[in-house]
Ligand binder design. Structure first.
Ligand code: ADP
Length: 164
């Protein structure tokens, strides 16, 4: 039984993230989407950790091999507690590389037995980020090509553009 942990802020989960979950589900028996609590990052998320976990969880209700779990603290401790063989991260443009390389190196130092694996998304998601989706939603743009319906509704509600 091979397990991969896919950590991130997922503020909110986008089609790019979903693409990676699906790709990794072809390679692993179990995929744990690990939603980082705000307390353990320098970011101030738009959605609470509970909201981000529910939004992501709703997308994989029919996929027993995909779990969505909130976590706090050190990623490698969480990954070990899940019995993970690998940590998954996404690489879009070259700009992701430096930070991801540093993170992978530090995680290898802390937990040499856990590999970091990188996957790239389908071409159409190569420029997609949660921050861009939040910004477009805030300005009233159409985010339907980038996120699932539940996420779209949650963003509309956050920015006061809910069902009239
Ligand atoms: P973090 O705050 O940890 O970077 P994110 O939720 O922004 O969390 O992203 C989680 C992971 O998913 C990161 O490795 C990021 O590079 C990757 N990712 C984000 N958006 C995409 C995308 N459109 N395609 C592929 N990977 C992505």
């Amino acid at each position: 039984m091979k397990t991969v942990v896919y950590p991130g802020t997922f503020d909110p989960i986008t089609n790019g993230h979903i693409d990676l979950v699906e790709r990794s589900a072809c390679l692993f028996d179990r995929v744990v989407v690990a939603v980082v609590s705000a307390d353990s990052t320098s970011k101030t998320p738009l959605f609470s950790v509970e909201e981000r976990t529910v939004l992501a969880g709703e997308l994989f209700l029919d996929r027993p091999e995909v779990e969505v779990v909130a976590f706090d603290g050190l990623l490698v401790d969480f990954a070990r507690s899940m019995g993970a063989d690998a940590i998954l991260r996404g690489l879009r443009a070259v700009s992701d590389f430096e930070f991801e390389f540093q993170l992978a190196g530090m995680n290898r130092h802390l937990a040499p037995e856990i590999e970091t694996l990188f996957l790239t998304p389908a071409q159409q998601y190569g420029y997609l980020s949660s921050s861009m989706v939040r910004e477009i939603a805030c300005l009233g743009g159409d985010i339907s090509p980038f996120v699932e319906k539940n996420v779209q509704l949650a963003l509309e509600e956050k920015f006061g553009r809910g069902v009239q």
